[in-house]
Design a protein around this ligand. Structure first.
Ligand code: PLP
Length: 430
């Protein structure tokens, strides 16, 4: 696509956008009487306008039916989570029996590591990325400790090369190969929260399996953002949150994937709870734990239905939009446009010793919708000024501004307007 930096061009792209009407399904924060320029769907997705209705149904059933709502409600709470199997498995590239909506992300990461991080003899190390999200670091460190290991010894990291910002697949594959007898589990962010880089999940999983190692991904920033093929890629396990691109509200219920080849293995170690027990005979209250042979067998507690209602509202919108393929198609164009606009700004500010360096890979296959930027010569002042001008983006230490144009609700006009605001701020800085 040959882009042009003009309002007319941006409007033309919006006019041709088959998903343009979806913007109206979301509630935008306001800035000076207009929709703010919202680019932090990577942090908290916007509220679907339909959420209120979905939650209200459950509030009404609770009021009218109380305990009966578990079986007699319009969406019986006992089986509420089952409504997600079909649509969520499609969105995650999984089979219906491989996904479960439950708990929250870090909780699910721990639960999955109980099953998939099982150190044996020399094999006790965890391989991850050097710039993993803090919560993932803490989860991995404490999992190592749970097994009696010193995290500084048990955790192996792959880092970007000197002078580079993102990981090279070849370095990940080599680290797996070089340490194959010592690694028990490989766990990476499928799409890195800081750099926006998408890893080659296929090659990493293959390399891990070749060495007899379990392989999983934290998909917090990938879920609802890029097309995934968890089943076909043979990924052993994965987890994600739903408040980012899945727009399901602050602290919303999260997701987990366990590959079909593991779900029927009842001997696979896990933490038990009554909701993981066979749902047909759950109320017999047998003493001995007998987990279900689907991903449901990893559930512990009965479902947080009010949170799930918000997730259902959002998942229904994704389904209505036709799933990830059309969203990704627009996303490639939209993020490409942001990249083009930033390139144009750099031309105009280069005499002023300023530069917006995009550290996210330029190859669209190695990124989702987010672009991560280092604002050389101005740094956090630029981020602060954007905020004051009505642009929602975010700052991650030490020096990264993240901007995520989301195909469900952002427009090409949003991106063009961002360019106007950013250029003005940079030209008048100092
Ligand atoms: C957002 C995010 C989290 C947040 O964890 P919660 O358990 O949902 O609070 C964890 N890990 C990654 C990679 C994230 O992007």
């Amino acid at each position: 696509m040959k882009y042009t930096n003009s309002l007319a061009f941006a409007k033309e792209l919006d006019k041709k956008d088959p998903l343009k009407s979806f913007r109206n399904k979301f509630l935008f924060p306001q800035f000076k009487g207009n929709d703010a320029l919202y680019f932090v769907g990577n942090s908290l997705g916007l509220q679907p306008a339909s959420v209120e209705k979905y939650v209200k149904v459950e509030l009404e059933d609770w009021a009218k039916l109380a305990a009966e709502g578990h079986f007699e409600g319009r969406n019986p709470w006992y089986s509420y989570h089952e409504m997600f199997s079909k649509p969520v498995s499609k969105l995650m590239g999984a089979k219906e029996n491989e996904v479960i909506i439950m708990n929250q992300l870090t909780v699910n990461l721990h639960l999955l590591l109980v099953s998939f991080y099982q150190p044996r003899g020399k094999r006790y190390k965890i391989l991850c990325e050097s710039n993993a999200f803090s919560s993932d670091n803490y989860a991995l460190q404490t999992q190592a400790q749970l097994h009696g290991f010193d995290p500084t010894d048990a955790i192996l990291e792959v880092a970007p090369r000197k002078g580079e910002n993102t990981l090279r697949t070849e370095d990940i594959l080599k680290t797996i190969k070089d340490n194959k007898d010592e690694i028990a589990v490989v766990i990476f962010g499928g799409l890195n929260y800081l750099t926006g880089q998408v890893l080659d999940m296929k090659q990493i999983t293959e390399a891990a399996h070749k060495a007899g190692i379990m392989c999983g991904f934290d998909l917090a920033h990938a879920a609802g953002n890029i097309e995934l093929k968890l089943h076909d890629r043979n990924v052993d396990f994965a987890c994600w949150c739903t408040y980012k691109y899945f727009n399901s509200g602050p602290g919303a219920v999260a997701g987990a994937f366990i590959h079909e080849k593991h779900i029927k293995n009842k001997k696979l170690l896990r933490l038990g709870g009554w909701w993981g027990y066979d749902k047909k005979s759950r109320f017999i209250m047998n003493k001995k734990f007998d987990p279900m042979d689907t991903a449901e067998g990893w559930q512990l507690s009965n479902a947080p239905v009010l949170s799930m209602a918000a997730h259902k509202a959002s998942v229904d919108i994704f389904t209505e939009a036709g799933g990830m393929a059309p969203l990704r198609k627009k996303s490639l164009l939209l993020t490409g446009y942001l990249e083009f606009i930033i390139g144009g700004i750099n031309e105009k500010i280069k005499d002023r010793k300023l530069k917006l360096e995009i550290i996210t890979p330029t190859d669209p296959n190695q990124r989702g919708c987010q672009l991560s930027i280092i604002a050389h010569g101005i740094g956090k002042d630029f981020y602060n000024a954007l905020g004051k001008a009505g642009v929602f983006c975010d700052w991650r230490n030490p020096n990264v501004i993240r901007l995520a144009p989301v195909p469900l609700y952002n427009s090409f006009e949003d991106v063009w307007k961002f360019g106007q605001v950013a250029e003005k701020l940079l030209l008048k800085s100092k």
